[in-house]
Design a binder for this molecule. Structure first.
Ligand SMILES: [Mg+2]
Length: 222
């Protein structure tokens, strides 16, 4: 079985450190942080967020694409500094569920997140997860649309494990409607968790296979 986890609102929370590091990195790389203070991140890739916030300031999608790898490094540097003063923490049941699953030889763990490569790993470490527990990942600095990340993650998992994962052997777990949609793209079973961005009603409307209050009951539905 391949189990793909979202990060923010699913495995952990960072007490606003993500928004602050995005603001500081946008100012450093692009010269403006636009309307970052009121931006709704939930489910979006960081690349999508930059396009949404910066194109009204005359910065083109191509200019953003050209600077994504540099931005990824810069936002990581800012997050390292900012997160040190915050109490980033795992959400209920998340650490226990991941630790149990990583001990199972039939399970490959992966990450599908809107975070940049740098910030995904920093957030995981800050909340007590070792990024090495997740064999593969697909990140928000690699594609504009979240729907493009799950096929990347699936291919990487198959390359890594030299196994083929059928849709019913693949699970996507996340806190937003966008997580549910990106799981459907690869035909995966989708588990929504109500510890993050979207409300229970919003998640129900998107018809996940399961809706959990938090990850304390994850192992019962896998
Ligand atoms: Mg999330």
């Amino acid at each position: 079985m391949l189990v793909l986890f979202d990060i923010d609102g699913t495995l952990l929370h960072t007490q606003g450190a993500g928004r602050e590091s995005t603001r500081d990195a946008m100012i450093e790389v692009f010269g403006t942080c636009s309307t970052i203070e009121s931006h709704k991140f939930g489910g979006k890739t960081d690349w999508y967020t930059l396009i949404e916030l910066l194109t009204p300031h005359g910065i083109t999608p191509q200019q953003i694409a050209d600077r994504m790898s540099h931005y990824d490094q810069v936002v990581g540097r800012h997050l390292e500094r900012i997160i040190a003063g915050r109490s980033a923490a795992p959400l209920p049941g998340a650490l226990e569920a991941v630790q149990t699953l990583r001990s199972r030889p039939d399970v490959v763990l992966g990450i599908v997140t809107g975070n940049c490569i740098s910030t995904a790993k920093i957030k995981l470490r800050a909340a007590g997860f070792d990024p090495a527990w997740f064999a593969i990942g697909a990140y928000g600095s690699e594609a504009i649309e979240r729907d493009h990340l799950t096929p990347i993650a699936l291919q990487r998992a198959m390359d890594y494990s030299r196994r083929h994962f059928h849709p019913d052997q693949t699970v996507v777990i996340g806190d937003t409607v966008a997580d549910i949609q990106c799981g459907r793209v690869i035909g995966a079973r989708v588990i929504a968790v109500a510890t993050g961005h979207n409300t229970r009603d919003e998640l129900i409307a998107a018809q996940p296979d399961h809706l959990l209050e938090d990850l304390t009951t994850l192992l019962k539905v896998l």
